[in-house]
Design a protein around this ligand. Structure first.
Ligand code: HPA
Ligand code: ZN
Length: 335
């Protein structure tokens, strides 16, 4: 392992684009299936991993939703999140904003309360035991109805103090941001912060990015790499200092082109680009592996790597004082 590897490992990091259900490793899937008396159609973790054959967002999502059927009880959600937080802490993530997909569970009969109490308990334990802080972002499934999203929003209100914001994920095709205009307006009124996925190379990617900015008024965009194709959108992203949570390893699986050059361009342009891991159990890389890959592809020096981390702390939904404390720790980092 070289010096740059050690430098990246030790960097004080912040993760902003991470689906907790996408951290469900095959070994934990087997353990939870056994706990819940479920039979999986694979002999072992290696055979399961070999079946992870996806080439685009739709084919990935099919495997992702199938996988989470083993999550049933509160302890299952606890174990899932605690395992992620321990892994993140081992890579020097100091703070993570974590997506969860409540409808992917309520839609198969698991209560909202079961999901969120398990996640919350793991967050508290991880902060106390491991020293990693985190917040939850509730995502709506964009390929399901706006009515179901609104019902989920209302169901979340008793737990408002445990959820920092809302997002939009799942299959983007024919599911534009404006489909959820009323849901996001209500979420804003309830005090939630707003973000949305604009996955890479979707039909209407640019129109969806425009809607996120103009019609929804998001505080940041998840992925959003296609913004580079439109100078007017780039100008808006810069002017409004809209952060982009980019996931390079994920992108290389679900698009047929790598996005490394785009990350370099965004950094050069002074955009708030950040590196994240998306669904690491499926794409085979957590945040450090994403940094290592981008460093290798773009030959980034220490200052640029620190800039990527600073962008994430700047983009995080933290109080000014907490953010400044993390940024000071990052500025002091020498590797
Ligand atoms: N895009 C859309 N939906 C998702 C993703 C993603 O990156 N990960 C998990 N669900
Ligand atoms: Zn995502």
């Amino acid at each position: 392992m070289g010096a740059i590897h050690d430098f990246i490992h030790g960097l004080p990091k912040c993760e902003l684009h991470l689906h907790i259900e996408g951290t469900l490793e095959p070994e934990l899937k087997f353990a939870l299936a056994a706990r819940n008396g479920l039979e999986l159609p694979y002999r072992d973790a290696a055979e399961m991993k070999a079946a992870y054959a996806f080439h685009d967002l739709t084919s990935f999502l099919k495997i992702y939703y199938e996988g989470m059927a083993v999550l049933i009880g509160e302890q299952d959600f606890y174990d899932l999140s605690f395992a992620y937080l321990a892994k993140a802490r081992s890579q020097n993530v100091l703070y993570a904003e974590i997506f969860f997909d409540p409808q992917a569970h309520t839609g198969r009969g698991v209560a909202f309360a079961t999901v969120i109490t398990g996640l919350r308990r793991a967050q508290l334990d991880a902060e106390r035991v491991l020293g990693i802080r985190s917040a939850l972002i509730m995502c709506f499934l964009r390929d399901w109805s706006a009515e179901y999203a609104m019902a989920t929003l209302l169901e979340s209100l008793p737990y408002k103090e445990w959820i920092i914001g809302v997002g939009l994920d799942s299959d983007e095709r024919d599911n534009p941001p404006v489909k959820f205009r009323a849901v996001f307006a209500r979420a804003r009124a309830e005090g939630y912060l707003l973000t949305m996925h604009c996955d890479v190379n979707q039909t209407d990617s640019l129109e969806h990015i425009r809607q996120c900015i103009d019609d929804i008024g998001v505080a940041r965009i998840d992925h959003g790499v296609n913004v580079l194709e439109d100078p007017a959108l780039c100008a808006q992203v810069l002017e409004r200092k809209l952060p982009l949570t980019v996931c390079p390893i994920s992108n290389s699986f679900v698009t047929n082109s790598s996005q490394f050059a785009a990350i370099g361009k965004m950094l050069d342009a002074g955009m708030g680009v950040t590196l994240n891991s998306d669904d690491p159990a499926y794409f085979g890389g957590y945040i450090s592996e994403n940094f290592l890959l981008v460093q290798r592809e773009l030959d980034l020096d220490g200052a640029r790597l620190k800039q990527l981390c600073a962008n994430a702390f700047e983009a995080a939904w933290l109080s000014r004082a907490t953010r400044d404390a993390y940024l000071a720790r990052l500025a002091d980092y020498r590797g």
